[in-house]
Design a protein around this ligand. Sequence first.
Ligand SMILES: C[C@@H]1O[C@H](OP(=O)(O)OP(=O)(O)OC[C@H]2O[C@@H](n3cnc4c(=O)[nH]c(N)nc43)[C@H](O)[C@@H]2O)[C@@H](O)[C@H](O)[C@@H]1O
Length: 399
Amino acid sequence: EILDNMVFNAGQSASSTPAGEVARDVRYLLYDVNPPEGFNLRRDVYIRMASLVKTLRKHQDWVLVLPPWGRLYHWQSPDIDQVRIPWGEFFSITSLQANVPVMEYEEFIAESGGPFIEQVLVLQNYAEGWTEGKWEEKVDLRSCIEKPSYSKDKQGYYRGWFWGYEETRGVNVSCLSAQGQASIIAPYLLENTTAVQNGEQWDRITRRSMVFSKHLRIIGDEFRAKYLNSTDEKDQTLYNEDWTRMKAKPGSAKGGAYLAVHLRRKDFIWGHRDDVPSLKGAVKKIRSLMKKQKLDRVFVATDADEEELEQLKRMLPNMVRYEPTWEDLELLKDGGVAIIDQWICAHARYFIGTSVSTFSFRIHEEREILGFDPKTTYNRFCGDDEQECEQPTHWKIVY
Ligand SMILES: C[C@@H]1O[C@H](OP(=O)(O)OP(=O)(O)OC[C@H]2O[C@@H](n3cnc4c(=O)[nH]c(N)nc43)[C@H](O)[C@@H]2O)[C@@H](O)[C@H](O)[C@@H]1O
C-alpha cells in the first residue's frame, strides 16, 4: 500500500578514494514519499526503507541516505524556512545508526562526489490492476503509466524535486510496477543477484531506534515539570539514551498525573467524518475520562485552526497546551513542535488519540517503549454518531 507512494533513488559512490584508503564499494539508497503524505506517515516509510537496507546489506555494502524534510503539506506556519531540514533536527542520528548505517543527504553529496543520482526508480501500480482480483507479490520494469515529474536538462540529466536541492540531477529514470513488501524491489537494486531472502514485516527494532533529538525531549521534559508537575523519577518513565539497553516492563510506567489528548482536526474533519468527533463531543469525552481516571489536568495536542481553538478554550478553559513563541517556532519548526506535543502525550497517565491518525499511532508506540499499561494507551475518540467504535490495535514491542 505504501510502496507505490515512493520514489527510489539508488546512487553509486565515486570510485576514487584518497590515497592509502581501502576502496569501499558503497551503494547508497535514497527515497522519497508522495508529496501529500505527512510527517508521521513518512516515519512509517523510514521503517520499511531501513528494513530494505538490512536486506540489501546481506549482499552488498549499502547505506540509507536520509531524505531531507521539507515542503510538507501540514507544515503551514508562515515566514519560516521549512525545506532541506536534516534528520538530526528531529531524530538522534546515533540512535538510528545503531540499527542500520544512515547518513544525511549533505554527507552523501560530499562523500559520493557530486549531486548525481545514478538511477531513479519511480514506483507505480500495475496498469492492469490485480490480475483476476488475486493479490500476489510481484515487481517488473514497465513503461511509465504517468509521465514522471523529471525533465531532461541541456546536458541530458534529469532535474526535478530532490528534497529542495536544486542542483541535484538524476542520470537515469525508469518506472517499476510493484506490489508487496519493500524488499520485493531488492533484486533491482542489487547487482548480479536475483535470489533475495524476503519476508521482513514491520520492523519493530527499527521503530525503537527512532529516538527523538535530545533538544526536543529536553524541551518536552521541562514543560512537563513546569506545567504538569511530571518528572521521570516521580512518574517512573526513566529513559535510556542508548535504546538498545532500554527495556521497560509493560505496566511499569506510571506517567504524569494528567490526561493527554491528541485531537486531529484540519483535513480529518472532512476526511474522516464518521469516526472523528465534533469539538463538543470531544470535550464531553475528555470530561468523562478525567472523572473516571481521577485526573484534574488535561494536556491537549491538536492541529485545530484558530477558530476551533478559541471554541475549545471556551469549553475547556483549564486545558494545557504547548504554545511555542515565534522564536521557538523558527528554531524548532512545525516538525519539532509536533514532536514535543507527542513527547508530552507519551508521558501522560492516560492517553486518548484520533482514529487512524499516524500521529496518534506514533504516540502509542512511544508509550509502549516507555512501559505503559496498554489500557492507558490504545484509546481513541469516537465519531458523534459512530455505532461500532473499534479501538486501536495493540502494537507489541520486540526486544
Ligand atoms: C489521511 C492522511 O493523514 C495523515 O495524517 P496523520 O496520520 O494524522 O499524521 P501525520 O502524517 O503526522 O500528519 C499530520 C501533521 O499535522 C500536524 N499535526 C497533527 N496533529 C498535531 C498536533 O496535535 N500537534 C501538532 N503540533 N501538530 C499536529 C503535524 O505537522 C503532523 O505531522 C497524513 O500524513 C496523510 O498525508 C494523509 O492526509
